[in-house]
Design a protein around this ligand. Sequence first.
Ligand SMILES: *Cc1c(COP(=O)(O)O)cnc(C)c1O
Length: 369
Amino acid sequence: MKNNHVTVLEIDLNAVDFNFNYFKSKLHSETKILVVVKAFGYGSSAIEIAKHLENRVHYFAVAYVDEGIALRKAGIQIPILVLHPQKANIETIINYNLEPNIYSISLLNSFVIKASHLNLVNYPIHIKFNTGLNRLGFTKININELAEIINKQTALKVTSIFSHIAASEDLNERDFTLQQINDFKNISTEFIKLLPNIPFKHMLNTSGIFNYTEEAQFEMVRLGIGLYGFGNEQSKTAQLKNTLTLKSVISQIHIINKGETVGYNRAFKAESTIKTATIPIGHADGISRQLSNGKGYVYINNTKAPIIGNVCMDMLMVNVSNINCIEGDEVVVYKDQFHIEELAKSSNTISYELLTALSQRIRRVLKKS
Ligand SMILES: *Cc1c(COP(=O)(O)O)cnc(C)c1O
């Protein structure tokens, strides 16, 4: 069904290209690039981003199986790593030619049974080692058992081994990160000695590419939020281009007299006569209710218009007393990365959460010159 909603997220593919090339230029020419398009491509459009980059990258990654299926159904043919597969999805993963992150012995055993039963040979799997994030993965005590299981079968082949850094953006945690990198190197060396083939290695996310390409570039990196223009600190974000602009229109303008209130719970009370604009986007679309009552703002005719009252489910109201505007005028809800970072801060979260909270009701529009 065609989406006719007036609230749109513009995705600037030229800016995506700029950011992609920026990170590529930081890497050795032979380093593979995996682009992470989980959570609808960080709220953008996983399918459009994947189609746009498919010929230039080596891998895509998604968190869950359904996200990988959506990419396959859209015609994406390059390898897709599923970062968080579940036992219940093994057959589906194989049917769609997706490549699982194997993070536990029991998941590995289940995969071996299924893949052997299907007479598969050398089906690609990726082994994750936990070096300090303590989220998913094996530790060095698992190395021998892992190798034993793998060497007893031919259905699966360890294509890569990887780990994830807990605080790659935080240089105060540099010692811890270097320890993680060192542990991963040692585990890899020990594990690879026991395998029939040599898998490739990868560890770095966006901030890792900014901060640790000397120490931990390995054969591949996993680029996520950086592609979309965020560097996890201002000076780094400033080197990237904004890819996402969230736009809407003014549905209605009201004159509110002194003493009148605006919105649910009468959370805003006018101290003088003001002019408000109602915008068709709300907390169901990912505009946090924490941005109510002046914590957040949009731009109308290039001027800041603060949110007044509580953000509603499907709309919000802003103060436009000082702005020359009429119904139908464009509203810029997320102007650029810096605006998003500021709103994230005001709602006690990070850009990742704001981006991925954008509802599927919002129409995605591609921009390319
Ligand atoms: C999400 C994710 C990434 C990408 O992280 P960014 O900070 O967005 O670059 C990389 N690796 C793993 C395992 C992830 O879960």
